[in-house]
Ligand binder design. Structure first.
Ligand code: NAD
Length: 436
């Protein structure tokens, strides 16, 4: 893929600054029309997206419909249905000390926004933030991941079909292009990716005092209580851990299971993996051969006991669905977010100690999952673990509700989006007082 020279990137940025200054994006009708154009371009390119996502990540149509295209279309439809209501200025009471006056809050666009996308859900995680940029009245430059080149090309085509480049455009590139883009005085930056690159983004943004949202990752625990429905827990593990080959920011990273039910749970899980995910590439593709080698060396280094899987295939860019029992906190598998189809299993005997150990070793994950029939106990555990999001008896699907804000805390990120939260995130709350 040919990348633009920095002079061309600078010209696009200047064109967007100039277009924003025309105030065309202030018009709500303009924003709604932009959402409709985006929707039409996504639908038109649906087949191309299926092919590209199969090539880059081995995604099935079902996964694309659920977690890529479907999610984007639902967000567009929700925004179209609600934008008129969101943009109404919020009147607030006037306290005695500044009376008489009329006071209200206006959600003001930031200006030129920059969206940096990760590889794992390349469509959803560039276009869903874009919906926020559009409803907020911003212009936008998007940089998709360089490691999913087929999909990044289709994203560029979609954007070029829907928008003039001075309004919304795609700049392709990797680290160098991103470094250059980050040197520009954007008005808002929305980054999804790893915590390490998140730090690079935040440092660069600090130069221009540009506000940032960081959607990062981490090690999300899935905790199983003694009274959990084991079949349901296994269903959710099969879905949440192995969808997109474990390359999901809110995938359960590790299983933390009460010792009284561990063997029964693992028996069921391993049996299902053997039957339903028997091939090295049954869960899809790993993004690069380098990442396959990383997963392979982690499994080779573990001091745990491999129950199933552990097959690597560099040519197919695949790693088999893997379950590793008897893992300790200091195991190589527990050092960092795995981002692959490997499930380390740790066990506990006592809930308060288990909660302390989660908080001690991997605090503030992006998501926490607790499985058990005693809902009050499960909710109590969630209350004791600071996290971006949480679920009782389920995984991942909380991210599909436009009514729930999606985002991390601490090392898993800052800021949130989806539904109205995207609108709030991509706008500044401007206080206005009008005296007679
Ligand atoms: P990444 O951080 O490697 O890359 C993200 C983006 O940053 C890419 O566009 C890339 O080109 C750019 N980049 C990479 N290195 C750079 C550097 N040194 N300087 C400047 N730019 C650089 O992330 P990834 O591997 O694409 O995605 C996986 C990570 O993203 C995981 O940690 C995962 O948990 C996280 N993630 C988070 C969410 C969320 O919503 N919180 C969603 C998906 C993925």
């Amino acid at each position: 893929m040919n990348y633009l020279p920095t002079t061309a990137i600078d010209a696009l940025f200047s064109a967007q600054k100039a277009f924003f200054a025309t105030r065309a994006t202030a018009d709500v009708g303009f924003r709604k029309n932009a959402l409709k154009q985006l929707r039409a371009a996504v639908v038109k390119n649906q087949e191309a997206l299926y092919l590209a996502l199969a090539e880059d990540l081995g995604k099935t149509r079902e996964v694309v419909d659920l977690a890529e295209i479907g999610e984007v279309l639902h967000e567009i439809d929700f925004a179209l249905a609600n934008l008129d209501e969101w943009v109404v200025p919020e009147p607030v009471p006037t306290p005695e000390i500044i009376a008489p006056s009329e006071c209200y809050i206006v959600q003001e666009p930031y200006g030129v926004a920059y969206i940096i996308g990760p590889f794992n859900y390349p469509v959803n995680l560039t276009l869903t933030p874009l919906i926020g940029a559009i409803v907020g009245g911003n212009t936008c430059i998007i940089k998709p991941s360089e490691t999913t080149p087929e999909t990044s090309c289709v994203i560029e085509k979609i954007i070029a079909e829907a928008f003039a480049p001075e309004y919304v455009t795609v700049v392709q590139g990797g680290r160098d292009e991103n470094t250059h883009l980050l040197s520009l005085p954007f008005d808002f930056i929305f980054f999804t990716g790893s915590p390490n690159v998140g730090k690079v983004v935040m440092k660069a943004a600090a130069e221009h005092l540009t506000p940032v949202v960081l959607e990062l990752g981490g090690k999300c625990p899935l905790m199983v209580l003694p009274d959990a429905d084991l079949d349901h827990t296994v269903d959710q593990l099969m879905f949440g851990k192995f969808i997109n080959s474990g390359q999901t920011c809110i995938a359960p990273d590790y299983l933390y299971v009460h010792s009284s039910v561990k063997d029964a749970l693992l028996q069921r899980l391993v049996d299902r993996v053997k039957v339903e995910l028997p091939e090295v590439n049954s869960t899809g593709k790993i993004v690069t051969a380098h990442q396959v080698a990383r997963l392979d060396s982690l499994v080779k280094e573990t001091r745990g006991k491999v129950l199933v899987g552990a097959q690597a295939d560099l040519d197919k860019r695949a790693f088999s669905a893997t379950v590793v029992d008897k893992v300790q906190w200091n195991d190589p598998l527990m050092a960092e977010e795995l981002f692959g189809p490997i499930l380390p299993v740790l066990e506990y005997d006592d809930v308060p100690t288990a909660v302390n150990l989660i908080n001690q070793h991997h605090p503030k994950p992006l998501a926490v999952y607790v499985f058990g029939k005693d809902i009050e106990l499960a909710k109590g555990i969630i209350d004791q673990i600071q996290s971006g999001d949480a679920q009782v008896n389920g995984v991942i699907v909380h991210a599909f509700s436009p009514h729930l804000p999606f985002g991390g805390i601490g090392a898993s990120g800052m800021g949130e989006y989806h539904g109205r939260f995207s609108y709030l995130t991509f706008t500044h709350k401007k206080s206005v007082r009008v005296a007679p």
